[in-house]
Design a protein around this ligand. Structure first.
Ligand code: 13P
Ligand code: SF4
Length: 315
């Protein structure tokens, strides 16, 4: 088992960070980074957070330019929520394999087979898929959103692991699955988790609901990225086994250097989140590209699904 990696600061990186911060001011830009990006990118960001928190931060910011360090669907969500801002995706090649496991065409076809069944879609999806959905959810609010829906059958897309977890928490609804999953969370190995638990019986085990049910059954805490960070910081246990993308360990270690963060032997790394580099951020600020702009005919229905989610009180 390995501990998650920290950050090494070379002189080149320090100079690059200085240029990025200076240019961000001149461009009237806010830089936002998902927890799963590399530590250097966290360091230049005005805000580091989870999927939805970042888009809300983009909306709240008075800045006219948003540099999004994360994957494509996240920048699209920012564009949906703030159409008047220039939203830049630092690395245009950073996509999400789970979001790509559903297309609007496939969803329209499935909906035709399930007349009257509401569609609940995880925010980890394209704007076009959101546009064909009744409501969205995040891993933090999924149970409240599910309970708020009328009817007893709901189609949930695209993450079947999150849907199966939700089914255990909302047993009075029948949740129909979509066959999508996050490769980074889905591949966590049960034997590795059990071995770490045997070797560290006092460790608090925290898992993201994108992991498979057999992994979640081993966890003391199941939560969104922000939920895992919060529970870890609030716990008085010295050792925490982190079963989500290892990018969360950098902010955790900064806040609690006294704690030990354990990770599975097979690293939980999202290769797409790791594509974003300081050079990408500088290029985006210099060229004001690549712009992510959701067309209005998709934005309006997608916004409706996102706003319905935001109107649901948290449980
Ligand atoms: P959250 O950051 O909302 O927990 O989502 C996890 C994830 O996989 C982001 O891509
Ligand atoms: Fe997609 Fe998983 Fe990477 Fe998140 S961690 S961007 S869900 S592949």
């Amino acid at each position: 088992m390995a501990e998650g990696s920290g950050n090494g600061e070379g002189r080149g990186a320090a100079a690059l960070k200085g240029r990025i911060r200076e240019l961000a001011e001149r461009r009237d830009a806010v830089i936002i980074s998902h927890y799963y990006c590399v530590p250097d990118v966290h360091d230049v960001a005005d805000f580091v957070g989870d999927s939805l928190g970042l888009s809300q931060e983009a909306q709240r910011s008075p800045r006219s330019v948003v540099v999004f360090c994360g994957v494509h669907f996240m920048a699209e969500t920012a564009s949906i929520l703030c159409p008047d801002k220039t939203v830049l995706l630092a690395n245009i090649d950073a996509g999400c394999p789970m979001a790509d496991m559903i297309t609007p065409e496939a969803l329209v076809k499935r909906k035709a087979e399930l007349p009257g069944v509401p569609v609940l879609t995880y925010v980890n999806s394209s704007a076009a898929v959101k546009a064909h959905s009744d409501i969205c959810c995040t891993s933090a609010n999924v149970t409240a959103v599910m309970r708020s829906l009328p009817g007893d059958r709901i189609l949930m897309t695209p993450d079947r692991n999150l849907a199966m977890r939700t089914q255990t928490l909302v047993p009075d609804k029948e949740i129909l699955l979509w066959p999508g999953f996050c490769p980074t969370h889905h591949r966590v190995n049960l034997a590795e988790v059990q071995k770490i638990k045997r070797e560290h019986p006092d460790a608090l085990v925290l898992a993201h609901p994108e992991c498979q049910p057999k992994i979640l059954a081993e966890a003391h805490v199941v939560g969104s990225t922000s939920g895992i960070i919060k529970a870890c910081l609030e716990s008085d246990r010295k050792e925490c086994l982190i079963l989500t993308e290892e990018g969360v360990i950098y902010p955790l270690r900064k806040k609690r250097p006294d704690k030990v963060f354990l990770t599975p032997e097979t690293p939980m790394v999202c290769p797409n989140m790791k594509k974003v580099t300081l050079e990408n951020v500088l290029d985006a600020l210099e060229t004001l590209t690549p712009v992510i702009k959701v067309p209005e005919e998709i934005r309006a229905p997608a916004l409706r699904a996102v706003e319905r989610m935001m109107a649901v009180p948290r449980d």
